[in-house]
Unconditional design. Sequence first.
Lengths: 416, 291
Amino acid sequence: MKRKLFALAAFAALTILVAACGGSSSSTSGGSSAATSSSSASGSSSSASNGTIKVLAITDTSGPNKVVGVPELDGLQAGAAYYNAHGGILGHKVDIVVKDDNGDPTQATTNVVQALGSNPNQYTMIWGGEEGTITAALIPVIARYKPFTIAINDGTNLCQNSSHCPSEFILAGAPTVPEVAQAQWFKSKGYKNVGIIYEEIAFTQTEAQNLTNDLKALGIKSESVGLPTSATSATPEMSTLKSAGAQAVYAAGFGAPQGYIYAARPELNWPVPILWDAAGSSVDISKLAPASQLPNSYETPFYCLDKAHSVPGLAAAASAETTPISGALPCSTWGQGFDALAILNAAAKKAGSVSSSALSSAMTSLHLTTADDVIFQPVYCWTTSDHENTCNAPSAYTVTPVGSISGGRLQPVGAS
Amino acid sequence: MAITIWSGLVLGSIYALVATGFTISMLPTGVFNFAQGAIVVAGAFLSYQFLSVSNLGGGLALLLAALIGMGLGAACELVAIRPLTWARGTVGDAALVTTVGASTLIIGLLSIKWGALALLVPFAGPGGYLHFLGVVARPVEVFVFAAAIVSAIAFEVLFRYTRPGQACLAVAEDRDAAMLRGVNVSRLSLVAFALAGAFGAAAGVIIGPITYALPTLGATLALSGFVALALGGEGSFVGGLLGGLVVGLVESLATRYIGASYGDLAVVALLLTTLALRPKGLAGFTKARSV
């Protein structure tokens, strides 16, 4: 009897702890930015007609994507706090309501259906997922209920045809834009043979393919090798590129693989220049390798919070970004969340209304720059037929020596 | 070629260290503790915490990590294994499910504490590079290679030539007979899991500077360690070492000379071929028994 009770107690404890670790799919008002005013993150359900507009944030705060989901949410909440402190959006205070998707497209879809099913108009804006896979899964649901929605990228580029995304607008532009900028950088440096090593996940494989095409268009030869996700060393793969005569390496990886690629250079006695992809540039690369391995490596960060100088109060807010997870990430991920509120504000001003149809209509006549308080990218615009950021150009992506993150900004270290 | 071989040997040494941990807990219990990979990863995170954040010395970090690993191992036995014995009288296949649950729990706790990003684990030893036989190697890689060999041999000696070790072998051969001879199999099971946990966490401290501290590494190490164990032969530390080194070499050579996508495929092909031709593994042997 005693043993059975012990077994039951142990099983119950295990179940509770596993459930706690697995994260919650219920609505929470999460986020932990030090810069966020608490008034923007309550769970209240006031409608616009009561002086408050609600923004539904579908994001990952507990699962595998929380590394980007949490700072994006922090940016959303910081944006809400910023606009609440500056008269609100069209006089309405902003309230962020968070629904954790745990990095699961199915959970994200369920969250949206539950949120909109009873009253599609209760939310003025939807933040449509922390990354492309989630956003892509939500596109049909968003198209069905037509709430005004902003997302980072849609994974499948469906929103390039606005008929698929009538009320949804994407911050990123055409998926090949960063690779065009990177290929142009290789060309400008005079490289004739570029090695490409990419972690074998969908996003980086796409980046590698895009770059291969762009290099070919510029007359640059390239050799590609994939790095399995289970790899704990990149030396064999880098050895292949060395044997192929690569003069520089484009590396598309995220996290530990970046460290493995750095470690391979001295092991092969091959101090080849490395250019990191856009995804890999979203983390603090300087923390992934000893300082001695960093020279002669470059990254492609998104436009960062240096632009925050033009927005009073934002520099301090960004510098205070110190949450345990997002503290290691550059301002770009945080800035994406912030920009969603800035865009909502601009669209509302243009439309003179916060209704979904008015906001969606206003978006196609917007041309936003940092003068309009957006900070993540230097320019945003959308057209009636294309709801991805058609103004996103290669010039938005600068190649800089790998830097460290300090005070919310990229600080270059180890120039070549 | 030399660099590829050395890279394979280092990789194989990592797998061998994981396989050694599996064998420690498997010998007296017959249980494959899937959570062993997670305990190794815990060791890597603890190493980061003690060396990078708390600025402790290398020896103290290793000792503390081993103690915490011992606790994790013991907890695995008490929560994931012992209740099965009470309920069914034998552990059976359910242990695979419960130890997977334990692994998930450990990885979840690690993610909560340290997040999902990879963390650079420092090496509390000499820096720089060593040059030998056409290879450029980091001192930590040489240390891992040596640790894999020394630990396999040491545990082989411990289990074959010491009384507690022989008790474990007795339980592995015939549990009931061992009990009749006075071996406390319950206590032995707990001690074995605790020892495996301590060794696993210590292994994590050692391999962390190479693999980084990363929650998702647990499953990779568990699977690779299992393959090394199956290839080398269950119940044999030297077999686990051989299996690990062979797996690492095959993976590295296949990746380099056939293609990056063929590394894992080559390992699976090797495993299936070996088990088909020699089911007991490279170092396993069929025991005769009188009836």
